[in-house]
Design a protein around this ligand. Structure first.
Ligand code: GRF
Length: 227
């Protein structure tokens, strides 16, 4: 069955900015890129909370430096994944988040979380999905021998990196690449397209039609966005 939803649920109230809850487990360079895009007026949104499952995540530190509410929610304190996800939902709701942005968040989200934030949760993955889902995507790409890889911004569903794709960017893979050099090349594109995808959502231009995502107002036949 073909169903059509705009990411309407993630749209801000008229006259207010899109409120983002960012979930990150690690260094938080995507979180930083999102904040920079906001500072520079390329993204009309506000990060209302940064949540981490790791007490020592650099992302938490970055949020504190910026005066953004930084929450460490310890999964070990909860008796089940369900209870932990309920705590996540509560934190996002308390922050009145419109959209949940996974930025290097290393846990899978299940029904309990996604029933509240379905089509309101996005992720970035360092490969051209559906190729190389899951962990170590850059290593997988290198070992497979692909000539091109890249990154993908997608909605989150219960699968592993399987939700509808919003934007992708392509980078070449060179014979002499190491996982590190490829990672750097891809990360640069991640920092470019994640804020761009969030801005499209903020503008209400992202419509999910079954597995496919229509970007309203995209130019040209191939629907290419301006770089
Ligand atoms: C990025 O490569 C992202 O694609 C993946 O995890 C990494 C997070 O990096 N999901 P950072 O924490 O944003 O620097």
């Amino acid at each position: 069955m073909r169903n059509s939803h705009s990411s309407e649920g993630a749209r801000p109230q008229p006259g207010t900015k899109l409120r983002l809850a960012v979930l990150a487990s690690g260094r938080g360079s995507n979180f930083e890129a999102i904040c920079q895009a906001i500072d520079e007026g390329r993204l009309d949104a506000r990060v209302v909370v940064l949540i981490s499952d790791k007490p020592d995540a650099l992302a938490l530190e970055r949020a504190r430096k910026r005066g953004i509410k930084a929450l460490y929610i310890d999964p070990g304190l909860y008796t089940s994944r369900d209870e932990y996800e309920k705590a996540l939902v509560k934190a996002c709701q308390e922050a009145e988040a419109d959209l949940v942005v996974l930025a290097g968040y290393m846990r899978l989200l299940g029904k309990t979380f996604l029933s509240e934030y379905s089509l309101r949760t996005v992720n970035i993955h360092p490969a051209l999905l559906p190729a190389f889902p899951g962990l170590h995507a850059q290593k997988q790409a290198l070992e497979y021998g692909v000539r091109f890889s890249g990154c993908t911004v997608h909605f989150v569903d219960e699968g592993v990196d399987t939700g509808p794709i919003i934007l992708q960017a392509v980078v070449p893979v060179y014979f002499d690449d190491t996982v590190e050099t490829l990672e750097v090349r891809i990360l640069k594109e991640e920092h470019r397209i994640y804020p761009q995808a969030l801005q499209l959502i903020a503008e209400g231009r992202v419509v999910v039609e079954g597995r496919r995502v229509r970007i309203l107002g995209e130019e040209g036949e191939g629907g290419k966005l301006k770089p």
